[in-house]
Design a protein around this ligand. Structure first.
Ligand SMILES: Cc1ncc(COP(=O)(O)OP(=O)(O)O)c(N)n1
Ligand SMILES: Cc1ncsc1CCOP(=O)(O)O
Ligand SMILES: [Mg+2]
Length: 707
């Protein structure tokens, strides 16, 4: 129960503005809202029922849905197949006992309570009548002009402490109140304008959830089988969750007697026992993420689905274990159908190629087939799909994150030659659930988890476990960096540093230069003068990276930065060859331009970082140029700024293609890894200097585009 109340969105059509309530809710739920309340004083019951039907479809099982006051609308919407979990009733609304009688024992019923007397009235009701109370207002709010006196945090804390049921804080709640309200005993925070009026409800919801979670590791539940040899199943999940910064818990669906050479026997406890495990955890612990692995039969699968409808956390990853490494189908037809139904509860599915074929219902013989199947499954289930190409006989092991509209991000890297791959799928899906629960969006979570998995695969052989297909080395990265970091720094760089550039990235997206570049209306001379400055910048940027190569602590890093310096110079020469020649109509002034004040300021920042002789600070300073360009290039190329950016006849198509090149994304990923590794062993002061160098460089990136 309590997890579902942690981030509570109350709708307000006016605050949602042109985006509308449905799209606002869809985005906010994607960002981690756990419960939605439809609140519209002006709608009739029929209109409320219509909205509930639409909201139920938009939410698609990823959050709870209740309506303010309109009992009849619940009945009408449910009769039309909508999933509506209950109602929130105010002091002047319908009686809670009538609501409980009408909606039944499983409905979620909330009541407004602003005074000790209101709480006494709840206490006097039969147990189980009211599931939670909405307590406010925390501070005055224009959203509800007739609000009761403001309680403040302390006033709220006193009422929450006295409440017989979980208390949700509401009224004037903003992002900076979340930690205090959580610590004051709130079971969740309910917000209207902070989410409905947000420019980016998904990102804002994610920020709220991260604030709610604070620095504590996410609590990740693995619902999977036990692998006695420790390489796969819940054993691998627990290691993967811990290695990626989470606190792992397990509900065991099957016990297998297996080792690295195969499975000898399987014992499947009853579905009732599985439900008992799940309830024991949910009744006591707030679950941030669930990873679902091996589910042996339809009964077990349906039990998990029913439990999820009542306890859905912010992140659900389903690894659809259906086909054994040998190719044998592990589930009967009834169980396969039940698993397809369960898939609609998930945020992310992680099928291998054989499982893609089963889920899609047609053969998958090539990577193209895999991407097509993944998109079909995403469209059918509403979940994202990570298509894993590891089983393809390629020199590279591609992966792709695919949604209902196609490929969101594609990842290629050279295949790691090892026979120690047992439990790779389990481990990756647990790492993904943990990374997302730490606040990464899905592309970042895939980036981070893949890098961790590759490091674990590279080190796997050293474990020497068993004579068959051995396990991966889940803690290799931490062991290599001399012991367990107090908090996996990957989250610092990949989440905190990246999130700290959110406003810079939003500003860049909105810049007239970027908009005109994307839709092709940018005057040619302006584009050429930008390229001229970029060429001058790249020449100096190459020198800075050559200095990073000189300072690098390992041969691999030395090679990487030297190669990147070479790439920058090659890029500069390419710009001259293809664009900065009189034949392209460049003006003499532009051709002969000196570095602008903006370019000079940026380069001076990088040269100052190089001058420190501090490798960690220097590579942090050069990172935004990789990272922001890759992010912008991928989104430009994916058509986020308008489909025309994909038009091969686009006047700047070749420039756009440069920064959407997977090779650039791989270089960016490697640069992020090296900065993360440097941050992992840096003391607090040096990590601060690194972050500062990174943040200032990001600001210069924005200025560079602001032509
Ligand atoms: C979670 C939550 N708490 C309190 C309220 C206020 O509801 P109510 O008292 O019904 O006031 P109106 O919404 O009727 O103005 C709420 N909606 N949600
Ligand atoms: C519905 C409701 N109930 C008490 S305050 C309120 C509105 C809260 O709006 P906001 O989160 O914008 O302050
Ligand atoms: Mg009301």
């Amino acid at each position: 129960m309590n997890a579902a109340l942690s981030l509570y969105l109350v709708t307000d059509a006016a605050a949602c503005g042109d985006r509308g309530v449905i799209d606002t809710v869809r985005e906010a739920v994607a960002g981690g809202v756990t419960i939605v309340q439809l609140r519209d004083k002006h709608a009739t019951d029929a209109e409320s029922a219509d909205l509930l039907v639409e909201l139920s479809a938009a939410i698609d099982g990823r959050a709870m849905l209740v309506v303010n006051d309109r009992l009849d609308a619940v009945q009408q919407a449910r009769a039309r197949g909508a999933r509506v979990d209950g109602v929130h009733l105010g002091q002047s609304d319908a009686a809670v006992q009538r609501a409980r009688e009408l909606l039944g024992p499983d409905a979620l019923i909330g009541l407004t309570a602003n005074t000790p007397a209101h709480l006494d009235a709840v206490r006097a009701l039969p147990a189980g009548t009211v599931d939670y109370v909405g307590v406010g207002v925390i501070r005055p709010t224009s959203t509800k002009p007739d609000h009761p006196p403001a309680l403040g945090i302390d006033g709220f804390a006193a009422l929450a402490a006295a409440s017989p049921v979980p208390a949700v804080a509401i009224g004037g709640v903003g992002i900076t109140d979340v930690a205090e309200l959580r610590d004051a005993g709130a079971a969740g925070v309910a917000v209207v304008s902070a989410l409905c009026a947000a420019e980016d409800p998904r990102a804002t919801a994610r920020d709220f959830r991260r604030q709610w979670r604070g620095q504590r590791p996410p609590r990740v539940l693995s619902i999977a089988g036990s692998d006695a040899s420790g390489g796969a199943g819940i054993q691998a999940d627990l290691k993967s969750i811990a290695a990626n910064g989470g606190y792992g818990m397990t509900a065991i669906t099957a016990l297998t007697a297996q080792n690295t050479q195969g499975v000898r026997d399987v014992h499947v406890p009853s579905a009732e026992f599985l439900r008992a495990q799940l309830d024991a955890i949910a009744d006591d612990i707030e679950i941030d993420a669930v990873k679902i692995g091996m589910l042996a039969n339809a009964d077990i699968i349906r039990t998990v689905g029913e439990w999820l409808t009542q306890h859905r956390p912010g992140t659900v990853v389903l690894d659809p274990v259906m086909v054994a490494t040998s190719g044998d189908r592990l589930l009967d037809a009834d169980a396969e159908q039940a698993l397809l139904d369960l898939a609609s509860h998930a945020d992310l599915l992680t099928p291998n190629l054989s499982e893609l074929a089963v889920l899609a219902g047609h053969p998958v013989q090539s990577w193209g087939d895999a991407l097509t199947a993944a998109q079909e499954i995403a469209a059918r289930t509403g979940a994202l799909v990570l298509a894993k190409g590891g089983h393809l006989a390629f020199a590279e092991a591609p992966d792709a994150l695919v949604g209902r509209d196609g490929v969101i991000a594609e990842y290629t890297a050279e295949r790691i030659e090892t026979t120690s791959t047992h439990g790779t799928g389990c481990s990756l899906s647990s790492a993904l659930a943990t990374a997302h629960a730490r606040g990464m969006d899905w592309p970042q979570a895939v980036h981070s988890s893949r890098q961790w998995l590759r490091e674990s695969l590279r080190a796997a052989g050293a474990l020497e476990v068993g004579r068959g297909s051995g396990p991966i080395s889940h803690f290799a990265g931490l062991w290599k960096r001399g012991g367990l970091a107090t908090r996996p720094i990957a989250a610092d760089v990949r989440v905190d540093w990246w999130n700290s550039t959110a406003s810079v990235r939003r500003d860049i997206d909105a810049l007239p230069f970027i908009r005109a570049l994307a839709d092709g209306t940018l005057e040619r001379e302006r584009f050429l003068s930008y390229l001229a400055q970029d060429a001058l910048y790249l020449r100096e940027y190459a020198r800075v990276m050559a200095e990073a190569a000189r300072l690098a602590p390992t041969a691999a890093e030395q090679a990487f930065w030297a190669q990147s310096a070479q790439g920058a110079i090659a890029g500069e020469l390419e710009l001259h060859a293809s664009w900065l020649t009189p034949s392209t109509g460049i003006s003499a002034d532009t051709f002969a331009a000196e570095p602008s004040a903006v370019a000079t300021a940026y380069l001076d920042h990088l040269r100052a970082a190089a001058f420190t002789g501090d490798y960690a600070v220097l590579i942090a300073a050069v990172l935004p140029c990789f990272w922001l360009y890759t992010d912008l290039g991928v989104r430009l190329h994916a058509g986020e700024f308008g489909a025309h950016a994909l038009d091969p006849d686009h006047p700047f198509a070749s420039w756009l293609a440069t920064y959407a090149d997977p090779a650039f994304a791989i270089a960016t990923e490697q640069a992020i890894e090296y900065v993360t590794a440097a941050a992992a062993v840096a003391d607090e002061a040096r990590r601060e200097r690194m972050h500062r160098a990174f943040a200032v460089a990001a600001e210069h990136e924005r200025a560079f585009f602001d032509l």
